[in-house]
Design a protein around this ligand. Structure first.
Ligand SMILES: Nc1ncnc2c1ncn2[C@@H]1O[C@H](COP(=O)(O)OP(=O)(O)OP(=O)(O)O)[C@@H](O)[C@H]1O
Ligand SMILES: [Mg+2]
Length: 217
């Protein structure tokens, strides 16, 4: 069993969107997947309740016991954790659970958003300082179809990420309506419109993460 923790203390960066869509990619890839909602807001649980297909198991764990509870989910191939945004013990426990796989930090490609991620890097640094070996990756989300801005943000992120021992993934997600429309129907973008750019992008992200985790379907 491998774990992907999707976290960023900054709100609205796409944690729930990415977690739910990756869960569906993994289910379509014949993995036994659990979606753990570690955010008291409950967005991922809501998504699961909207979803008719019974191919992903969702559970809410909004206690610091997430750190010991998740490793017991050994029936699953992949556990995705949608980690809530507050800086509290729960978020720290969720981030530290990434020792069983990897940490994925979604980032919006603007200077303000990149600065706001410093708090998350601090939590990561602190976890590592007490011995947690966490492989951490960042993914740019909601990239506008404006190559120059996207390129500048990428360069800034590569540098900031490298300073924090975080790898910026090749895959990135564009600002696409399909992510919003599909979510409301409990669908992943790969189901909503399999040929869309959104679908190709999330699939590329899923493949990149799967390779990093060494997961075989
Ligand atoms: N790539 C994208 N393209 C278009 N809209 C997106 C994309 N990613 C996320 N969104 C939208 O941005 C908003 C925030 O996304 P989401 O709820 O996934 O973020 P979050 O980090 O989980 O937020 P919170 O901190 O409130 O839990 C939602 O309305 C979602 O539909
Ligand atoms: Mg959320």
């Amino acid at each position: 069993m491998k774990v992907i923790v999707i976290a960023n203390q900054k709100g609205g960066v796409g944690k729930s969107t990415v977690a739910c869509n990756l869960a569906i990619c993994a289910a379509k890839d014949n993995l036994n997947v659990a979606l753990v909602d570690a955010d008291p807001q409950g967005t991922s649980m809501q998504f699961r309740s909207l979803r008719q297909a019974d191919d992903i198991s969702a559970l809410a764990i909004i206690q610091p016991s997430i750190f010991t509870d998740v490793p017991k989910l050994t029936n699953f191939d992949l556990v995705l954790i949608d980690a809530g945004g507050r800086d509290n013990i729960l978020l720290r426990a969720a981030i530290t659970t990434a020792i069983h796989g990897l940490l994925l930090i979604p980032l919006l490609p603007s200077a303000v958003d990149i600065w706001a991620t410093e708090d998350t890097f601090t939590i990561l640094r602190e976890a590592r300082s007490i011995g947690a070996q966490i492989d951490a990756y960042a993914v740019l989300n909601q990239v506008k179809p404006n190559a120059t801005v996207g390129k500048q943000a990428r360069e800034a992120m590569v540098e900031l990420s490298a300073n924090n021992d975080v790898t910026l993934l090749e895959a990135q997600l564009g600002d696409r309506e399909d992510f919003k429309k599909s979510f409301m129907g409990g669908l992943g973008v790969i189901e909503y419109d399999p040929k869309s750019k959104a679908a190709l992008e999330i699939d590329a992200l899923y493949q990149e993460l799967r390779n990093r985790l060494g997961l075989n379907s």
